[in-house]
Each structure stands twice: as C-alpha cells, then as structure tokens.
Design a protein around this ligand. Structure first.
Ligand code: DAH
Length: 340
C-alpha cells in the first residue's frame, strides 16, 4: 500500500477546506468516494493487505470514508445556507427607508373652473344636477321652444345619433329634465359636456363645457336674474367687476339677454383682451319662456323663473389669459401643470 488512509484523509481535508462551490464538493466526492475514487480503491485493496493488519486497515479505511463523506455533506449544507443568507441580504427591504416620491397630479383647469363656478352657486343655495351627453332631440330642441327650422338643428351643426337622439349641443336640456322631474322652488346648476360639429380653431372645439342655471319659483323677476348673475361675476372675477345686460334672442327665454362684464384686465378702459370695448361677454340668460314652463306642467300664471348658460372654456380662458381653446385637450403636462 503506497498510500495510508490517514494520508488520504489529510489531503481530502485540505482540498475540502478550499471548496467554494457545489461543483468543488462534487469533484471531491468523485475523487475519493466515486466508483474509481481513492477511498474506494483503498477498500478494494483490502485483500492484498497482510492478514494480521487487515482488520486495523479496514477500520481505518472505513473511518476515512465516513469522515470524508461527512465533510462533503456538511460542507454542501453550509454552502447552501450561506447562499440563502446572501440571497436574503440582497433582497432585503428596509421598511424604514423613505418611499419614492410620486409627483402630485393637479385638477384639469376646466375641472377647476367648473368647481369654482359650482362653489359660488352652492354658496347662493343652488344644488348641482347632471344630465346625459346623449340627449333626445325633444329635450335638446323641441321642448326648449326651438323652431322646427332653427339652424342649430341642422345636420352640419349637430351630431345626431339617430333621428331622435343626438349629442347635446348645450346643457339647456337639463332644464327640461329638471322641470319634468321636480316641483318649484327649483334652484339648480348643471355643468357638463356639449358637442357641436365645429371645425377646431383657437376659439372652437367640437366638444366643450357649459354650466346651465335654472331658478323657478313664485314671483321671480328679471331683477333676481340680474342680482344673481352680478353677484356671480363679482365672486368669480373680483369685487370690482361691473355687469351689463344686452338684449338678445334665445328660443327658451323671453326676454333674453347676454351679460357683459367690465374687462378685468383694463377695468373698462379698453385693451386687447376686451378688444378695446371695455366689456367682455360672459353668458346668455333670460326669463324662462312660458312654453318651457308648460313642458314641466307648471301654471305659468303662478310660476316664473330665470335661466342662464355659460361656456366654461371661455371663462377659464379669460381668467387665465389662455389664447387657444385647443390647449385644454392636448394633454400636455407642461400646460396642465401651470394650474396646480
Ligand atoms: N344654451 C345657450 C347656448 O348654448 C346658452 C343659454 C342662453 C342658456 C340663455 C340659458 C339661457 O339657460 O337662458 O348658447
């Protein structure tokens, strides 16, 4: 026997002390304990050992086999344990670390303007109601006293869904929905989207927003209309705002008017914003036409009311000095962010 079991064991110990990977342990196992391994060979050589030494030799060889086996399996287990530990370390989450900061969003300027208008009218005791964007032709035109040949009914101006449904061209049909579903006193505003077949340019968009207002009660007069809308203008644009009412025509009001407000940029002297006139057109309004009140089944001798409608984009553009309506719908964060 040229190699003693102890010698093989010492070598194996040195080798295993250097083992770092699963593969290193496997190589060592094959080298010592494999079919042609050194310890296996040692055991196979037992027959050649002189009889008197054989017992001792066998004992030693088996002890070496066992010890190397244990060193390998112990080493493998320790390796697996340390791999698990380093995986845990690398995947560790420090729950005390401050979180990644997400930028705050802002409300769209149109939403902000609707909110501001709504708050002012809620302060005046109005409640908010909403109507559908897909409306009946009846609610959008007929019940609002629009003549059968009114130009706004034209296919070139209005998006029809069917012969008797359309995308509402104004929020005024909410007046009809309110009158047919509730009793006076009525005091509501209704913000929402409207649609017209307009080619987009700096002041037109096929989709835009309006806020409608309707008040119906006993003894309501034009003075109530003027006082209410004047108060609105002052809250919306500042206490210095003055208002004036110009006669106008709307099918669903009689008399009808447009309200102008003294220019909040120049105070009425005349500038670019008011195109030199000192006045800015803000909204349409009037006393609810008896034909409209009748759709709601109301006694027109007993009840009167006023209504108004304003364009939200127009008000937002005036307030913020925005020159092009299309900016509202482009989803450009650099634009939206300015209204934080
Ligand atoms: N619906 C009108 C429009 O789109 C605006 C309007 C004017 C609404 C007068 C009213 C009103 O309620 O009384 O041009």
């Amino acid at each position: 026997m040229d190699r003693r079991p102890e010698q093989i064991l010492d070598e194996a110990k040195d080798l295993l002390a250097e083992a770092k990977t699963e593969q290193d342990f496997e190589t060592a196992r094959i080298r010592y304990l494999g079919k042609n391994g050194e310890v296996t060979a040692l055991l196979k050589s037992m027959g050649a050992v002189p009889a008197e030494e054989r017992k001792e030799f066998g004992k030693a060889a088996n002890a070496v086999k066992q010890e190397i086996g244990e060193l390998i399996s112990g080493g493998k287990a320790a390796l697996a344990q340390s791999l698990r530990a380093s995986k845990l370390m690398s995947e560790r989450i420090d729950v005390t670390e401050p979180g990644a900061e997400l930028p705050f969003g802002t409300l769209h300027p149109i939403t902000q303007t609707i909110d501001e208008i709504s708050r002012i009218f809620m302060g005046l005791g109005y409640s908010i109601t909403e109507g559908p964007e897909v409306e009946t032709v009846f609610n959008n035109f007929d019940a609002l006293n629009a003549a059968p040949n009114h130009p706004s009914r034209d296919l070139t101006d209005t998006f029809y869904i069917t012969e008797d449904t359309l995308l509402r061209t104004q929020t005024s049909p909410v007046q009809i929905r309110t009158l047919t579903s509730s009793e006076p006193p009525i005091k509501v505003i209704s913000p929402g989207r409207c649609f017209r077949a307009d080619t987009p340019d700096s002041t037109h968009s096929p989709m835009f927003h309006q806020v409608e207002g309707l008040l119906v009660d006993e003894g309501v007069t034009m003075a109530d209309l003027k006082g209410t809308l004047d108060a609105f203008a002052k809250r919306m644009f500042g206490e210095d705002a003055r208002t004036k009412f110009r006669p106008h025509f709307f099918p669903f009001t009689e008399p009808s008017a447009e309200m102008d407000m003294s220019c909040f940029v120049c105070g009425g002297k005349g500038c670019r914003v008011c195109k030199g006139s000192g006045w800015i057109e803000i909204l349409g309004c009037g006393m609810v036409h008896p034909n409209v009140l009748k759709v709601g089944g109301l006694d027109t001798e007993r009840y009167t009311g006023f209504a108004f409608g304003m364009g939200v984009e127009r008000i937002a553009m005036l307030k913020h000095g925005i020159g092009d309506i299309r900016l509202f719908y482009e989803n450009d964060i650099r634009f939206i962010e300015q209204f934080a």
